[in-house]
Design a protein around this ligand. Structure first.
Ligand SMILES: C[S@@+](CC[C@H](N)C(=O)[O-])C[C@H]1O[C@@H](n2cnc3c(N)ncnc32)[C@H](O)[C@@H]1O
Length: 256
């Protein structure tokens, strides 16, 4: 059995923690139905939303800076017989040169929060703006709950579970620390994989995400040529409030 990495278990773990994500999938399908046309999806990862969108007939350019995640997405897409067109692009969402425009750009599930300072956030919004026509739509899904207490968590066991497809036990530990002055949380996720034959392998996956307030994202969007059409607090299109777990922003490109 080859030594595993995070992307080998990413879909399994996401399903284990977040379930089937059907509310999220339906949310993105509704957004795609409302703002018809070709879609640029940033942070597509292994394709949790790309695949349902393609299957529903939408054309998607799926972009991510992780080659390993995109490889998983490609193997899932190869198994789809019909549906919309898919183009997979390995690129950094701060620097896009795609040579065309899209009706709709999606940054799903906290993708935009991987950008840890306002310069990178601005670069990303500006390059998205360049890839939309006037009136084109951007939808950002932000986690509004990133820096919930405690501020720091020592390495703690989060779960231990049998991964049936891979036939291994996976024990996952997480630790985090929070930079309150920057509103950034840094996670260190540590995985222990126990094989049938008694051997054990380990790997880590580190992630840092930045909390963004409605005021900050409004200022950034305004500066980069967008007007906010709507904000939602969850995938059921409920109104956003400061208590909401998500901050979903729908914005439109306006003339400079
Ligand atoms: C939270 S995951 C979302 C994945 C998928 N959309 C989902 O919800 O399961 C964020 C994704 O953004 C990608 N990402 C982070 N920084 C990026 C960057 N600068 N450019 C492109 N993709 C980036 C990561 O590789 C990761 O796949």
């Amino acid at each position: 059995m080859p030594v595993l990495s995070y992307h080998d278990i990413c879909d399994w773990e996401t399903r284990f923690i977040l379930g089937d994500r059907i509310d999220e999938i339906n949310f993105w399908k509704t957004i795609a139905d409302l703002y018809l046309g070709d879609i640029l999806e940033l942070g597509a990862g292994t394709g949790c939303f790309t695949i349902p969108l393609i299957k529903s007939g939408f054309n998607v350019w799926a972009l991510d800076n992780s080659a390993a995640a995109l490889q998983k997405l490609k193997s899932k897409a190869d198994a789809i017989a019909d549906g919309g067109e898919l183009k997979i692009i390995e690129a950094d969402m701060r620097h896009l040169e795609l040579g065309r425009k899209f009706s709709l750009c999606l940054a799903t599930y906290s993708t935009f929060q991987y950008l840890l300072n306002s310069e990178d956030q601005y670069k990303c919004l500006k390059t998205i703006n360049d890839h939309l026509p006037l009136g084109g739509t951007l939808c950002l899904d932000l986690d509004n709950d990133i820096i919930h207490p405690p501020q720091n968590l020592p390495l703690s066991r989060l779960y231990s579970s049998y991964n049936t497809p891979l036939k291994v036990d996976i024990i996952m530990f997480t630790a985090w620390n929070t930079d309150i002055s920057l509103n950034i949380r840094h996670w260190q996720d540590h995985y222990q994989v126990r094989y049938n034959n008694g051997s054990i392998s380990e790997f880590t996956n580190n992630i840092s995400l930045k909390q963004i307030s409605l005021k900050e994202i409004t200022d950034l969007l305004t500066k980069s040529g967008f007007y906010i059409l709507n904000t939602f607090g969850d995938y059921d299109f409920s109104n956003f409030s400061s208590e909401s777990h998500r901050l979903i922003v729908v914005a439109q490109k306006i003339p400079n």
